[in-house]
Design a protein around this ligand. Sequence first.
Ligand code: SAM
Length: 283
Amino acid sequence: MNNQRQAGQLYIVATPIGNLGDISMRATEILQQVERILAEDTRHSKHLLQHLGIQKPMWSCHEHNEEQRIQYVLSALAAGESLALISDAGTPLISDPGYRLVMAVAEQGYQVVPIPGPSALIAALSIAGLPTDRFTFEGFLPAKSSARVKRLQDLAEETRTLVFYESSHRIRASLDDIQQVIGPDREMVVMRELTKRHEQVFRGSVQRVVEQVAADPNHQKGEFVLVIRGADASAGALQISSTILLQGLLDELSASKAASLAAKLTGLPRKQMYEQALKLSGK
Ligand code: SAM
């Protein structure tokens, strides 16, 4: 603090994830007070600002121009201007731009002030009914199936509750990979369009949730949060997902032999193991 100049401040302001009524009083006041608003998409944010009756000069600040924006922001702060960073929805920096900006502003000794509020991550955890004492937020899974499967394999034995963001384009593919790697029986909650008119919550085993989402005519639309119960710690080192087992066996054996052995070791049907082995070996 002692290094901080008497200058402008950068406010990181959370905005609604759907329901405009979720904007806080303090967020509204700060957006009214600041000289300038940095928005991920200025056109998108104009809608919120119009709703709040606020008209302010805006700068865009997104993934592709964040680095260039830093100098403008530092100059504005030096000139005594205060600025607010908002994203399209929820809390900036949470799977949204702003990390490099905050780092640069803090490094220069300016004050960065949080104005907390909505985030899909916290809203989802608050209603998932799964342990929240320890969780890991994994953001979006990779877009490519091979990378996604690899990431899920790395997380298969994680005992903390797992939280993922997902878009409507990839929800089916991601759920299929989760079923294959994490298995059909783990408890899971999928939430769609939180705080919006068509909010939906799907609860049950991975298999049950995959079936429910697939059967839902609206699953190609909207935004999703996936919360999965962590692996059972008491099963310890003996618990291993069929995918990880097969992956290891495939390094040494043909798909057919690996499938037979995996079926024997796990008690799962050989046919299922064989299909999984072919998928894992890219056939
Ligand atoms: N910064 C945001 C936050 O604090 O939640 C997240 C931004 S990230 C680019 C967008 C993703 O967040 C969506 O693809 C979805 O996974 C999740 N998300 C945002 N709003 C949501 C909502 N109303 N319901 C469910 N998921 C939502």
